[in-house]
Write a protein that binds this ligand. Structure first.
Ligand SMILES: N[C@@H](CCC(=O)N[C@@H](CS)C(=O)NCC(=O)O)C(=O)O
Length: 203
């Protein structure tokens, strides 16, 4: 059996959903927590992943980038073992929407942290990113109401839970203005491995 090390941070929602998914599916792994804002960890990240992003997975001597690719790697194996069903087209679209929301929100957060006024309507790129966030959240609200997948603890619901909690925590969204998504969060707040993987900001 392979040795797995998941490299990431204790704040990243892309990392957190994989930690939850792997624990939930009893996949043994080591979690290596890094803080890429610190010089040593930044060098470590750059020397391993040319995308300069977390998460990545070490599989013995090999390496795999990107949360969705890592998820697909484990999902395929679980399906072969009869321990998981395949994702439907609707599930795939939900994953794309959640990842799209998160990539956009993470980029805007980084721009804001760098000093850009993301509330200004002068920057058409920023305006378009914010519009994308609203469009995706509208679609996900419908998904949380209509889809049977949204009622169980699975990769899609783990992804949305982690995405919303991160975005709310970083004040990129206000869940008070999205009651359907607030209900979704309340439904899953006591789910397996939510507490164990809660957001911890390095001091
Ligand atoms: N598509 C990537 C996105 C990962 C991502 O954006 N991770 C953020 C942390 S939440 C990151 O590493 N950002 C580094 C940076 O922007 O410099 C995935 O799904 O793994």
């Amino acid at each position: 059996m392979s040795n797995y090390t998941l490299v990431g941070s204790t704040t990243s929602p892309f990392v957190r959903k994989l930690r939850i998914f792997m624990h939930y599916n009893q996949i043994p792994f080591e979690f290596k927590s890094i803080n890429y804002l610190e010089a040593k960890d930044s060098e470590y990240l750059k020397s391993h992943n040319p995308l300069n992003k977390i998460p990545f997975l070490l599989i013995d001597e090999k390496i795999l980038f990107d949360s969705r690719v890592i998820y697909n790697y484990f999902s395929t194996s679980l399906i072969t073992q009869g321990r998981k069903k395949s994702d439907s087209l609707e599930d795939e679209n939900a994953t794309t929407e959640i990842d799209g929301f998160l990539e956009t929100a993470v980029n805007l957060f980084a721009l804001r942290r760098g000093g850009l006024d993301i509330e200004s309507r002068d920057n058409s790129y920023v305006v378009r990113q914010k519009e994308r966030i609203e469009l995706i959240l509208n679609a996900l609200e419908k998904w949380t109401t209509n889809s049977s997948t949204s009622k169980e603890w699975n990769y899609q619901t783990m992804s949305l839970y982690c995405a919303l909690e991160w975005a709310n925590f970083r004040e990129m969204i206000n869940l008070q203005t999205r009651p359907l998504l607030g209900e979704f969060q309340a439904r899953f707040k006591d789910s397996p491995f939510v507490e164990e993987t809660k957001i911890i900001v390095p001091v």
